[in-house]
Design a protein around this ligand. Structure first.
Ligand code: ATR
Length: 282
């Protein structure tokens, strides 16, 4: 029986997950199809019911369902429970288990591609949604000295900062006077908002004014399309080191691949297929 796995999101037009996951499955000769399941709101519970069938291995979960899906699984991995968002479903004998591989994917990209060790370092996280939660809990778990959360909606930043304690955590809105100080003294800035994403309403925009970008920090944008976002371009102009979002996308996908198949993910195959797919959708 051909097994199925796929990505649940809406809209899904520009997702490159099917391209790099299928390339990896084919490379290992596995009889598994990875499909794009563009699912309108209201249909997610139905789809997740079907995913408990024997032909299904699981799914990736993406925008805007990372928090909704959490309430529809049979069980949760401990990290996903703490983060409060899932990006991966695994079908274990008819039970759907929710995982968060964004946190692990982020850390691996940060360390391996960015050459950055979070222990004892001060970080600024832009955003307070599902991606920001995975990043903030990952940094806290690695022993970051402090984490400042800057988010358009202050309440969301406050809630996240509260949950991160006992790690020193601060919540800010973009217009707060403390923003310049937090950025000025940090070692790492991670953009976890969707601002600057191609094909979105904020295409061409940066989540930070250039003069606020700290030249001494690593500036990491989780947005992977375009590869050089307005934030990264501005950061380079300020002399900061930069890292784009493609490595994290592939690493979180590789961790999910291992959960579904029990096989080690062929990373180079995935990375190459992801780059090629990105050129096609650009
Ligand atoms: P994800 O699961 O990808 O993190 P999300 O939960 O919808 O998606 O979170 C998106 C993040 O981007 C949020 O922090 C959001 O800010 P709000 O909490 O104020 O909504 C941020 N964001 C999205 N569009 C934005 C914009 N135009 N300006 C500033 N922040 C934006």
């Amino acid at each position: 029986m051909t097994r199925l796995v796929g990505v649940i999101g809406h809209p899904l037009g520009h997702s490159i997950s099917p391209a790099f996951q299928q390339a990896a499955l084919d490379h290992l000769g596995l009889d598994i199809r990875y499909q794009a399941w563009d699912t309108p709101p209201g249909q997610v519970a139905n789809l997740m019911l079907r995913l408990r069938g024997p032909e299904h291995l699981g799914a990736s979960v993406t925008v805007p369902y990372k928090e909704v899906a959490l309430g529809l699984v049979d069980d949760l991995d401990g990290l996903a429970r703490r983060i409060g968002a899932i990006n991966t479903l695994v079908n274990r004998e008819g039970k759907l288990i929710g995982y968060n591989t964004d946190a692990g994917g982020f850390l691996r990209a940060l360390k391996e591609e960015g050459g950055f060790q979070p222990r004892g370092r001060r970080a600024v996280v832009l955003g307070a949604g599902g991606a920001a939660r995975a990043v903030a809990f990952a940094l806290a778990g690695e022993g970051a000295a402090s984490i400042a959360i800057i988010n358009r909606t202050r309440e969301r930043a406050l809630a996240l900062a509260e949950e991160l304690r006992p790690v020193e955590a601060q919540a800010l809105a973009p217009q707060d006077p403390g923003v310049a100080r937090a950025l000025g003294g940090c070692h790492l800035v991670v953009n976890c908002t969707s601002v600057g994403m191609r094909h979105s309403s904020t295409e061409g925009e940066s989540p930070l004014k250039a003069e606020l970008i700290p030249p001494q920090a690593l500036v990491y944008d989780l947005v992977y399309n375009p590869p050089l976002t307005p934030l990264l371009r501005a950061a380079q102009g300020r002399g900061a080191r930069t890292l784009g979002g493609l490595a994290m996308l592939v690493y979180q996908g590789a961790e999910a691949f291992q959960l579904w198949t029990g096989r080690e993910a062929p990373l180079e195959v995935m990375m190459r297929a992801a780059r090629e797919a990105l050129e096609r959708v650009a």
